[in-house]
Ligand binder design. Structure first.
Ligand code: GDP
Ligand code: IMO
Ligand code: MG
Length: 430
């Protein structure tokens, strides 16, 4: 008889910043292994515990729990400088480094990727810009797929690094000088810091796939933490206004080496309204006072870039699409408290285009920019809910809002966030 598997996958259901970090941290007390598997330091996952706020960009949001294994899987693109900063920050808080493992197959975000990210955005200009985080994510994944990337295993070996970087820089310098009219990069200005990063990262490098395999087979509780979210998925998101990785559930398998039948449960994190950072379609965006109020009440400013987040209402067809893509079993509904005092709460239930009613999420960007949301207005509430500990304590209209979402998406809500702190969470049935 094999041991029962206990692997949870947590994914964002909208355009990111749903509160994934908080939910991971909140669920963390009985988790044995925390894993990040895609994206890079473009993520900003906030954890608030006992008044202390920590934002994780690369490390899993479970890092604050002492003694638990934290893994950075092969699907990540790792900015070594950011990684070392985050690790050193945690070590200075007395955390133990023995419990952190990095896949040798993860790719390295090099300084030239960040430069290219910026130059490409500038070249796209107004109207075509993606609004990236500038963290070098796209250019790094391009190199991965064109097979000219550097992996963690390459930078921890100075000879391999020297050999690979020599031909990589020749090509990059052609791009910098001929396409972007920039000065060429000198070999040593890239090689020397990369070699140092490699030396510092080497102690963390391990066979993370094998470690995870063993942990799964032993029935350990594993929490796979997605970054970004389904509508930013490179294949299924609002292309080209997406990030460069597979942010919906399937990315967890390529990004770790686990198999689809290892999964026990998919937790979709849904913010009680919608936000988006960067460019691209957002049908339920509110440009008026309500949008401003959501931004102010929800503190909707980017955890990575500080940019004001675009704010608007819940979009049911978009979420149905997201639930399908992710195979969501349960929803963690975050930031319900932010809707307190909003008056009537708008929920988009379908769209209108040229007099036609569309009930499902249009997946082509052209249609997405033409549709107008059709709203139902649900009654709001004014009571402070930030101290509510159970579903029953919530005001009737807040309960109705939650039930409306469950019915519309046909997925149960298991957790409800009523504040940023780890403790401000209602367990409705996780
Ligand atoms: P992530 O990228 O999905 O991890 O989300 P971010 O950390 O970028 O953004 C979520 C923000 O909302 C953070 O500032 C969190 O501290 C905060 N937050 C998370 N859950 C709740 C909640 O239920 N209520 C409130 N008011 N804030 C929350
Ligand atoms: P978390 O994990 C919100 C957005 C950027 C931009 C697009 C591409 O905190 O939810 P990139 O730098 O990835 O090439 O940018 O994706 N984006 C995010 N938006 N939350 C994130 O992460 C994001 N990571 C990237 O704003 O529109
Ligand atoms: Mg974030």
């Amino acid at each position: 008889m094999s041991t029962k598997k206990n692997v949870d996958l947590l994914v964002g259901a909208q355009w990111g910043d749903e509160g994934k970090g908080k939910v991971v941290d909140m669920l963390g007390s009985d988790v044995d292994v925390f894993v990040r598997y895609q994206g890079g330091a473009n993520a900003g996952h906030t954890v608030v515990s006992e008044g202390q706020k920590v934002v994780f960009h690369l490390l899993p949001s479970g890092m604050l729990y002492p003694g638990k294994l934290c893994i950075l899987g092969n699907g990540l693109v790792i900015d070594p400088e950011q990684f070392l900063n985050e690790v050193n920050e945690l070590l200075s808080r007395g955390q133990d480094k023995a419990r952190l493992a990095v896949s040798p197959h993860a790719h390295v975000v090099m300084p030239y990727h960040k430069m290219l990210d910026r130059l490409q955005e500038e070249a796209r200009g107004k109207g075509r810009k993606i609004g990236t985080t500038g963290r070098g994510i796209g250019p790094c994944y391009v190199d991965k797929y064109s097979r000219s990337g550097l992996r963690i295993e390459d930078i921890i070996n100075a000879d391999v690094l020297r050999e690979k970087l020599t031909y990589i820089l020749e090509e990059k310098n052609q791009i910098f000088t001929k396409l972007y009219n920039q000065r060429p990069l000198a070999f040593d200005e890239i090689y020397e810091p990369a070699k140092r990063w490699g030396e510092e990262i080497a102690p963390y490098v391990d066979d993370t796939r094998k470690m995870l395999r063993l942990a799964v087979d032993e029935g350990k509780h594993i929490l796979l933490e997605g970054a970004q979210a389904a509508l930013l998925d490179i294949d299924h998101g609002t292309y080209p206004y997406v990030t460069s990785s597979s942010t919906s559930a399937s990315g967890a398998f390529t990004g770790t080496g686990l198999a689809p039948n290892d999964l026990s449960r998919v937790i979709a994190v849904v913010k009680a309204y919608t936000t988006r950072v960067g460019e691209g379609p957002f049908p339920t965006e509110d440009f008026g006072e309500d949008g401003e109020k959501l931004r102010a009440n929800g503190g909707e400013y980017g955890a990575t870039t500080g940019r004001p987040r675009r704010c608007g209402w819940l979009d049911i067809p978009a979420l149905r699409y997201s639930m399908e893509l992710n195979g969501a079993n349960v929803i963690a509904l975050t930031k319900l408290d932010v809707l307190t005092g909003m008056g009537g709460i708008k929920v988009c239930t379908s769209y209108e285009r040229d007099g036609e009613n569309l009930t499902s999420w249009p997946t082509d960007t052209g249609t997405l920019s033409e549709i107008k949301p059709v709203y139902e207005i649900l009654p709001g509430w004014d009571e402070d809910i930030t101290n509510c500990k159970s579903f029953d304590e919530l005001p009737e209209n807040a309960k109705s809002y939650v039930k409306f979402i469950e019915n519309a998406l046909n997925v149960p809500v298991g957790l409800i966030g009523v504040g940023a702190d780890r403790m401000q969470t209602i367990n409705k049935g996780m």
